[in-house]
Structures are given as C-alpha cells and as structure tokens.
Design a protein around this ligand. Structure first.
Ligand SMILES: Cc1cc2nc3c(=O)[nH]c(=O)nc-3n(C[C@H](O)[C@H](O)[C@H](O)COP(=O)(O)OP(=O)(O)OC[C@H]3O[C@@H](n4cnc5c(N)ncnc54)[C@H](O)[C@@H]3O)c2cc1C
Length: 438
C-alpha cells in the first residue's frame, strides 16, 4: 500500500521559495499536506511511524489486519466525509456505510429515527422509543428542543449538570452513553458546550447528519494513504519512520532536524497529537506559552477488543449498544469489513478496566447473541486516545504567535471534541490559513 513505504525523499530545501513541512501524518497532517499540494505548494510530510494515520490507523495483530481502534463517524462530519468521497471517487460507496441513526440496547431501550426532516426525525424517534415511559419521552423531546435552540450552556457546565433535570433512565441509556462515545470523557467531567455542539450538528441540520457512518476498509486506507499517494503524485515528499526532533525558527524560515537530516522550510504545520506538541513547541520561544498550556491537558484511554467467532455467525445488526459492563458498543466487522465472524468491542473512558474485561465484554454480548466460543481474542488499549474534553479547555488557534508556524490537530479550536472531523477540518483550515498568508 502506498502509505506504508517512503514515497519520495527530500533532503535539501532552499528557503528562497515556498516549501512547507507538515510534521505528523495523522488525519490532520495528511489533510493539510493534501490541501497544500493541490494548491501547487511543495510539501514534505514527516511521520514518525512507518504507517500513516496516527490515532486512526491500520494495525496488524498476530497477522490479523485490524485497526488500532474501531472508529465510527457521524453524517455531520462533512469535511471528513467529503474528503474520503473525493479520494475514493469510484469506490466511496464501498469505503463508507451510512446507517440511519438507531440505538439498540436490548432489552432496555431502542430508538430509531424515521425518514423525516430534522429535527422531526429525532422527536419522532424519541416519542417512538422502546423502554421509556411517556413522561420520559416528553421530557426527552422537550429537552432536545432546548438543546437544539440558540442558548449555549455556560462554559463551565459539565454534561451531568446539563442533563440534571432529565429522568435517570434517559441519562443512563441515552444522553450519558452519547457523551461517552462522542467526547470520550465521563459525563461528570465532560464539557456541556462541546456535547451540545455534537447534538446540534447531528440533529439540528439535515436528517442525514445523524447517520452513523462506518468505515468499510482499514483506517489508513480510508484517508491517510490515498491522501499521501495524491501528495506524492503531485511531486511532494512523504517521509515515513522519520521523527522530527528539533525545531529552530527565525523570522525567515523554520529548520527541522531528524535523525539523519536538517532542512529549512519556509513554513511548518505542526500536526502532532497534543501530547507530542510541547516537546517541539518549547524549542521556539514564541511558542513556549502554547506548549505549556497544552502540556496541562489530561487524557482518556479507549480499549478495543477484537473477538473472532465462527465465520457463519453474524449479529442481527451491524452494531449494538451495550451496558452493565466495560464495553459501550459491539460492531460486526463481518458486515462492515467483510471479516466474517469478527466482532469489535469498544470501551471508551476505559480508565479502570478489570483484568477480566474481555470475559465481561463477552458476557455483555451473550445478553443479546450466542455466537459460540471465541476462536481468538485480541485487544488494543490506546492509553492517550483523546484529551479529556473538559469545560473551559484552552484549545489553541491554528495560527501561532510565530508567523511561519501553524498548528493542525483534533485539539485545536473548533466546535467538536477529539474526532476525525476535528482533525481533518483543522488540517484543511490550517493549510488554508497558510495559503492566505503567501
Ligand atoms: C482507539 C481510538 C478510537 C477512536 N474512536 C473514534 C471514533 O469512533 N470517531 C472519531 O471521530 N474519532 C475517534 N477517535 C479519535 C480520532 O482517532 C482522533 O481524534 C484523530 O485520529 C486525531 O488525528 P490527528 O491527526 O489530530 O492526531 P494523530 O492521529 O495523533 O496524528 C499525529 C501524528 O503525528 C505523528 N508524530 C508525533 N510526533 C511526531 C514528530 N515529532 N515527528 C513526526 N511525526 C510525529 C504521530 O506518529 C501521529 O501519526 C478515536 C481515537 C482512538 C485512539
């Protein structure tokens, strides 16, 4: 695959012309590099790992082609979906699977949004939900109308404070699981303002914005690899397995150092994860306050368990919500990826996983299906999967105090939490801001 090998190598760069270095080959960096290359600007993309995609990438576990974590998108994540569709013009149907929103949590709860214009589809879904009393349904519909209205919650409010007036059952089966899966932050710590942005994006626009969108191929193949292949085709360079360790910025250029090379660039986009930003930012005096602010972030893990059952087994739906255990969702990769009999269990905010959490996740599955014994089980725990999306978080702008250095990444200022959409949008917008300056 194009994204897994060096596509070209750039060594010497003159700074009397524009040449941009993008540091980080996650979804933000790949989107930024593609935007610049398509605008005719020469780019060198540095990625520390041998595989593109960062926190959303293909992995191989015991020869099994998997992802570092099962991902899901919302229909509202328009920048990401458009870019994927553009990069897979013929096969976009085969790359993404749009499912109208349903939440299936048997036997306690189910909600399906019918094919009506938004937000009527949500209101009809809530009123028709199984497992709620009429009092719960009316309370949910009234609250949804307030959330979709114009008033923003106060900056310091948490999600559990925001949902305080809602019946307990609604908080337990709907609002709080939505918060955990969208923000990867427990409701008692999560930002109500960012949560409301996600709800408004999903339910306040077009009906298709609330679709659940599943990848149908591995995450590297979905966007990073085809974006990088396009960048290389346009004559720019991709350097894999190449960590940037030194940054030296003057008024005229930015010099980057790697293990084997030092080169100067006219501009740099730092598209690394927030946990990796301070080490680079602190080398540039103008960026020290930024580096210090980001170093105060805290992080939340996400654990994914893959379990292989008899290939003839399939769930009755592509995904189910789960409760009373470590996992919040189970996905049928047979239906989405053609990996027959393979299920992916996702445990967000997985800070206190018990040692037997795979057994507990299987017990959660057994409440809804009986697949027989697992042939193998594998797990991946991303300890710093996302920053904790807490109230009042300082999220930096794409332009930094240094005129030649820009940022991109899921933690930069924007309406959404740490998601593929935040990453992709920031990459495209950061490249746009840079292009404006040329
Ligand atoms: C397990 C898991 C599940 C998730 N589930 C979802 C989901 O369902 N839906 C959703 O929308 N989002 C989900 N997310 C979040 C989403 O994956 C991230 O928000 C997104 O991938 C972040 O992209 P990024 O480009 O901003 O950062 P990253 O992906 O972190 O990319 C930064 C890149 O920079 C590289 N790098 C770092 N330092 C250097 C250096 N010095 N030199 C060169 N390269 C460097 C890193 O190797 C990395 O590839 C999930 C994340 C995880 C981990």
């Amino acid at each position: 695959m194009a994204g897994r090998q060096d596509l070209a190598v750039s060594v010497t760069v003159a700074v009397d012309r524009t040449h941009v270095a993008v540091v980080g080959g996650g979804w933000a960096g790949c989107s930024a590099a593609l935007t610049l290359a398509e605008a005719g600007v020469p780019v060198t993309l540095f990625e520390a790992s041998r595989t593109l995609g960062g926190r959303a990438r293909a992995v191989e576990l015991g020869r099994q082609p998997l992802d570092n974590g099962q991902h899901i998108l919302l229909g509202a994540y328009e920048q990401t979906l458009q870019l994927i569709e553009r990069l897979h013009p013929v096969t976009s149907q085969a790359s993404l699977w749009h499912l109208p929103l349903t939440v299936e949590l048997p036997p306690d709860f189910s909600l399906a949004c019918p094919g009506l214009p938004a937000p009527l589809h949500l209101l009809a879904g809530l009123l028709g939900a199984r497992g709620l009393t009429w009092r719960d349904k009316l309370a949910a519909a009234r609250w949804a109308c307030v959330v979709l209205g114009h008033a923003e919650p106060p900056d310091q409010l948490t999600v559990s404070q925001f949902t305080q007036g809602q019946p307990k059952k609604l908080r337990d089966v709907l609002w709080h699981p939505l918060c955990v899966s969208a923000l990867n932050t427990p409701p008692e710590k999560a930002s109500a303002r960012v949560f409301r942005s996600v709800i408004r994006a999903a339910f306040g626009g077009r009906a298709r914005h609330s679709d659940l969108v599943l990848p149908r191929c591995d995450l590297t193949a979905l966007l990073p690899a085809p974006a990088a292949a396009q960048v290389a085709e346009l004559g720019s360079a991709i350097r894999l397995g190449c960590r940037v360790t030194r940054v030296d910025a003057t008024q005229d250029s930015v010099t980057l150092g790697t293990h084997d090379n030092t080169s100067a660039y006219s501009h740099v986009i730092l598209a690394v994860a927030p946990q990796h930003l301070p080490a680079l930012a602190m080398q540039v005096p103008a960026l020290e306050p930024l580096g210090r602010a980001v170093s105060r972030y805290s992080y939340q893990p996400i654990a994914t368990a893959y379990m292989q059952y008899d290939p003839a087994f399939r769930l009755s739906r592509p995904l189910f919500a789960l409760n009373n255990g470590p996992a919040q969702f189970v996905f049928d990769r047979g239906q989405s990826h053609g990996q027959a009999g393979l299920l992916a269990f996702v445990a967000s905010t997985a800070t206190h996983l018990p040692p037997d959490w795979l057994d507990l996740a299987e017990a959660q599955l057994h409440r809804i299906a009986h697949p027989g014994p697992a042939r193998w089980r594998k797990r991946i725990i991303e300890k710093q999967a996302t920053y904790s999306c807490v109230p009042g978080m300082a999220r930096p702008a794409l332009r930094t105090p240094h005129p030649r250095i820009f940022l991109a990444g899921d933690y930069t200022a924007g309406p959404y939490p740490a998601t593929l959409e935040s990453a992709t949008r920031s990459g495209v917008q950061s490249a746009g801001a840079l292009l404006e300056q040329l």
